[in-house]
Design a protein around this ligand. Structure first.
Ligand code: VGL
Ligand code: ZN
Length: 202
């Protein structure tokens, strides 16, 4: 067991981010056995779940003429337009069937407001709207986070950065994550998280 003040944050291990999913990270399902085993080491386990309404503004399909993976100017800044993924109530939004969920104390959903995307488990993409996760973790005395899941360069990296911002010490287990890697996004995420003090481990 790790120290009682450590939490495992399992980011978006959902069907749509795994092979054959709508927005797959290559090898996304390969990380699941390790994540399942890690859950036994932590007193606090949190799962996050990307959970979009069908009319979500991050979907290219909701912007006539726009291509998936292009950039779009949202009121809160540039946003990648994604293929339709993790729509509430669909199979793609479910956790991968091999992922253990019994050990989770909290499942936090994000991206459920049509007008704002949410990569981070802590803040939506306007960087202002909180999910409540920081309050939960602080209130139960968590000091250190270990981040695993999908995708390394989006939801995991953004959660890591915001974790540091909220005063947690943050480890990112690269071998228990897989990336989308769009236009250098993985190298970019690594540089930005390292500069912020996130510790990358195998
Ligand atoms: C994610 C893009 C869009 C992720 C979620 O989980 O990394 N990426 N929605
Ligand atoms: Zn999403």
């Amino acid at each position: 067991m790790r120290a009682a003040d450590e939490a495992l944050i399992v980011v978006d291990v959902q069907n749509d981010f795994c092979p054959a999913g709508a927005l797959a990270a290559a090898g996304g399902d390969q990380i699941i056995p390790r994540i399942n085993a890690l859950m036994d080491e932590f007193a606090t386990v949190v799962l996050t779940q990307d959970w979009h309404p069908a009319d979500h503004s991050s979907f290219a399909a909701n912007h006539p003429g726009a291509a998936a993976f292009s950039l779009f100017d949202m009121p809160y800044g540039p946003q990648v337009l994604w293929p339709v993924h993790c729509v509430q109530g669909t199979a793609g939004a479910e956790f991968h069937p091999a992922l253990r969920r019994d050990p989770a104390h909290l499942i936090i959903r994000k991206g459920f407001r049509s007008a704002i995307d949410s990569y981070s488990a802590f803040f939506e993409n306007d960087r202002k709207t909180p999910t409540g996760l920081a309050g939960y973790l602080h209130e139960i005395g968590v000091k250190k986070l270990t981040l695993v899941g999908l995708a390394t360069d989006y939801c995991v990296a953004y959660s890591a950065l915001d974790g540091v911002e909220h005063g947690f010490s943050v480890d990112l287990l690269e071998g228990a994550c897989r990336a989308i890697d769009l236009n250098g996004s993985l190298a970019d995420a690594r540089a930005r998280t390292l500069a912020a003090g996130v510790v990358w481990r195998d």
